[in-house]
Design a protein. Structure first.
Length: 421
């Protein structure tokens, strides 16, 4: 669905699951995750402490300020502890043409950082008894090959173990309506093919996101976009977050424009230059502005405070009852910290200080210095996004940017170091 990358092998590793092992989801899940994993009994209770490096003027704040001064970061970073904002910084321009600066209320393109919204939607429906995670694709959808319809389950899709590939996308196409986007990606999802047996870890297959979105629609009778906006964003009070269309991206002053680096070194506004694409070899030719709206199951735009609200709502029962919130972030399969092939695309970077990493439902969960970190990150031409939850101590970290060539992995690692040490 959305092709991502960060440079070379490191960029590929960031993408499959993203971040510091892709570090980060659901902040309010602090108590529920502690209860499940018994961390309070195993380690000293440091949940009330605020590390100096996470404070305004601390090491993380100074690090991001230096990047911005060097024109290596444009966007927003935010740290929240137990629902209280500890650090909020905004740098650069949201819209250079109109002279609008980035600020705390600016919404940024999420790319893959928006994929877990679809997993939450599926779990909401499972909680209500409207579907089962053991349901196969064919339980709810027609038009799929028999080996997919009869053998691939929702659990396989959400855990990244479907054995499916990603059909080739038409990155040059400029879409003109929501219906056109929906029709294309519905047909695109049905072109997925099995490349391994269900249960096999899959190389960041876009069909694993598109098919659950279609199942949400089949079960509810709503579009994926409408369902998530009403039942996820609406429930959390995420008033600045939505699946905005290209016309809204062009005119709404609170949406950051994505600035793509070109081969000649210049930066161009993606949404105002649909004839331009990314020169990055892993996103070659892609321009996120060409999609009239992000495909079902993917992307969207969010503000930093809204992502923190989402994290809190995961833990306080607003979005999911406790057992289903635990199921969302529960480790499913181990991910190696290094390696090649299918697993490497979803693993932590080789230099990430993770003790262990696991696939959960559309996101990774990691042990870093003995503490759990849950979350998701995403990269599109001209944008980066990450939301991380540190459930053992009640922290949430958000990084949102609208420039290419941001040292994204390094920022996430600095965030984690500031919080965990």
């Amino acid at each position: 669905m959305d092709s991502e990358s960060v440079r070379g092998v490191d960029r590929r590793r960031l993408l499959g699951w993203s971040g510091l092992a892709a570090v980060g989801v659901a902040a309010g899940g602090v108590q529920l995750v502690n209860a499940r994993r018994g961390s309070a009994a195993a380690t000293p209770d440091r949940s009330g402490e605020v590390p100096p490096d996470a404070l305004p003027g601390g090491a993380y704040d100074r690090y991001v300020a230096k990047l911005a001064e060097e024109d290596r970061f444009s966007g927003v970073v935010m740290l929240s502890h137990r629902g209280r904002t500890v650090l909020s910084r905004s740098y650069g321009m949201a819209d250079k043409e109109r002279g609008i600066r980035n600020h705390e209320g600016t919404a940024f393109n999420l790319s893959s950082a928006g994929k877990p919204f679809g997993a939450v939607a599926i779990l909401q429906l499972a909680q209500r008894g409207r579907l089962r995670l053991s349901d196969t694709v064919g339980t709810h959808l027609t038009g799929f090959a028999k080996e997919i319809a009869d053998k691939v389950t929702l659990h396989h899709l959400l855990s990244g173990t479907s054995g499916l590939n990603s059909p080739k996308e038409d990155l040059e196409r400029v879409f003109q309506s929501r219906d056109e986007v929906h029709e294309f990606y519905e047909r695109w999802a049905r072109q997925a093919e099995p490349v391994a047996a269900p249960g096999t870890p899959t190389d960041h297959a876009g069909a694993e996101v598109a098919i659950p979105a279609l199942i949400v629609e089949a079960v509810t009778g709503m579009t994926y976009w409408d369902y998530v906006e009403e039942n996820v964003f609406g429930r959390c009070g995420m008033t600045g977050t939505a699946f905005y269309t290209r016309p809204q991206w062009l005119t709404d002053e609170h949406i950051a424009h994505s600035y793509m680096r070109q081969a000649d070194g210049s930066r161009v506004d993606a949404v105002r230059n649909l004839d331009k694409g990314s020169p990055d070899p892993y996103q070659l030719g892609k321009n996120p502005g060409r999609n009239f709206i992000d495909p079902p199951g993917d992307g969207g735009f969010a503000t930093a405070p809204d992502l923190i609200r989402f994290a809190q709502a995961l833990g306080d029962g607003t979005l999911l009852d406790r057992p289903y919130a635990e199921l969302f972030t529960g480790p499913k399969i181990p991910l190696p910290p290094q390696g090649g092939g299918l697993a490497a695309d979803r693993s932590a970077p080789a230099d990430a200080p993770a003790d262990a990493a696991f696939a959960a439902y559309t996101l990774p969960v990691s042990l870093v210095s003995g503490q759990w970190v849950n979350g998701r990150a995403g990269v599109n031409p001209g944008s980066v996004a990450s939301w991380n939850i540190y459930p053992d101590t009640g922290w949430v970290g958000v990084v949102l940017g609208n420039h290419d060539e941001v040292p994204f992995q390094e920022i996430i690692q600095q965030e984690t170091q500031a919080i965990i040490g």
